[in-house]
Write a protein that binds this ligand. Sequence first.
Ligand SMILES: [Zn+2]
Length: 727
Amino acid sequence: MPPANEPARIHELRRLLEQANRAYYVDAAPFMPDTEFDRLLAELAELEARHPELADPTSPTQRVGGEPIKGFKQIRHAVAMLSIDNTYDESGVRDWAARVVRTLSGESRGPGGLFGAPAVTFVCDPKIDGVAISLRYEKGLLVHAVTRGDGTTGDDVTHAARVIQPIPLRLDGTTTPPPEVLEVRGEIYMTSAVFARINKDLEDAGDDTLANPRNATAGTLKNQDPKLIASRRLSFCAHGRGEVSGAPADFAPTHTVFLERLRALGLPTSRHAVRCDSVDAVIDAINRFDTIRRTLDHATDGMVVRVDEHALQQRMGTTSKSPRWIVAYKYPPDRTTTRLLDVLHQVGKTGKITPRAVMAPVHLAGTTVQHATLHNYGQIRQKDIRIGDSVYIEKAGDIIPYVVGIVPEQRPRGARVIAPPPECPVCNGPLEIEYAAGPESPESETSRRCVNPECPAQVREKLVWFAGRKQMDIDGLGEKTIDLILTQTDIPLRTFADIFHLHGHRDTLISLDRMGEKKVDNLLAGIEAAKSRGMARLLAGMGIRHVGDSTARLLARLFPSLDALLQAPLPMLMPRALNKEDARALGLPEEPGQRPETGLGKETAPAVFTYLHSPAAARTFKALREAGVEFASKDYAPRESRPVAGDNPFAGKTIVLTGTLDAFDRTQLSERLEALGAKVSGSVSKKTSLVIAGREAGSKLDKANELGIEVWDEARLLAALDADQPD
Ligand SMILES: [Zn+2]
């Protein structure tokens, strides 16, 4: 495309991507496949890099996350975010509605008010189980996002809101001009599918799982790294108003119209909001939604009922605690009770011991449940759960059954205290126990791990994991085969390397039940093929704490081989978290934003580093290497690497650098250009072929212009260097 059309294309792409986003999140009528969206987004990013003069903080490319923030600013709400009164049954809703009518008709019995009770219309809006947020738009632009906090002041989470796709950065003024100031209240939440995926990743990495989607949402918003927040794919639904000023008088006379306006402006609202002419219609809507809400992809725990007409809301006013014109009906949770029969102490592949409840089978929200997680031994103590107790169970995010608590009055005589295992229940090895509030508070215990690396329970789980499809993908080495070898033969199979020596035991394997020659040869071929899966899968397969498959891939992008990773000093594992001095010492740019995108966090990096340099890891790596397993990375994608080739725009040129370059360290850039075959010179002359001018370029730039030498700005340099990157 000729450069002249690029600005037009930038605007076109921005509009198109905004429309696609809106169609997806607000209208639920997507017209663009995700792959196409990603492709256009990449095109836009490329064009924007070439045109820094067209930078726009509301561009769809700005939603992938910038730098982590440091701490939270407090912001005062223009209009307080009051809490809503709850009611738990039909009569509570009827009482509230009667009070509303009485208050309003009491007023209307004043002078001239002889018409009896006014006709009050209500709106029912689903109550999503998430985190309440207030978004402030000024002149149509998102200026900040604030949590409820204490209702008066909340945390500034604008960095998070900016990367939550359904939250528009700019309101759509096509049909409704946005008010001067529009404060929208809504709920940020996580879908069940995203919640399940995150918990699976945490579990795979041996980390603690999250209790439910609401906690996961709150935790995500508290995170200071927008990239992580973006990856969590949070959702948003608008449902209320804060300050609205500079709007036409008919902007939102009722809540129903307000919701319509929000949709027109590009803000998602619930598709299940309904207007009701009477309290009977309200009760009906509540009951109907109880069926619908079980089919939704996110948790809802109630129905918010409010007076539709804004003027009537104003007249009702608020108590010190909550508005009088609104009430939340809460559905009873999907909860049931059953008898706790036993507790199993399961040892996972990282040695973590998880208490698992065995219960009398019971029906709960569509499935029969007889196992549930008890999370950890701290919780068992806090809730005083004993074997024999009647326990309440619920499903977190409508998926994972867990024990909420006990019914104390139903405790049978002889209920047994659940003793945490003092040693590993499988190998009797020593345990490492962590407490949130120190060992003097046993109820704060968060984890209990077997630290014996030879622990057979861990060994089995580790081997199963290592051979798994997402890790080393060893064809023919499933759970059953591993158990068969472990229990029916004397073949040594304790370490990962042992897998690669199984070919020496072909005859024994063939003699096993249900194996046979064909299956065994298939298995051995699968093992042979696994030797060249590459660094990412190998690391993921080792089941290192904090290193799931995505983290492993990330490390493999950062280092060309496992050996390079093992030689790297700790800071190289977390390039984004380095201070300027350390970065410089390692030859990385001083600005974190210019360092490699990948890397571990400040907390996980030291733990992973310690493991990689432990004697146990050294033994494992040595044995794997000797067994012929390859350590090279298949994902290595450093920013700085490139072939030394003649086929690039810099080869053979004499280049002068001048002014301040934001993305480059001058010395490094010179080296890089020289590696591409350029000669970097200090002064401009007739021999100069190209001048790269950063900010505040002075006399050298003037001279270049005088001599008619080609001049590039930094954006063009960046684009040219990027185009030179190997795929
Ligand atoms: Zn053990």
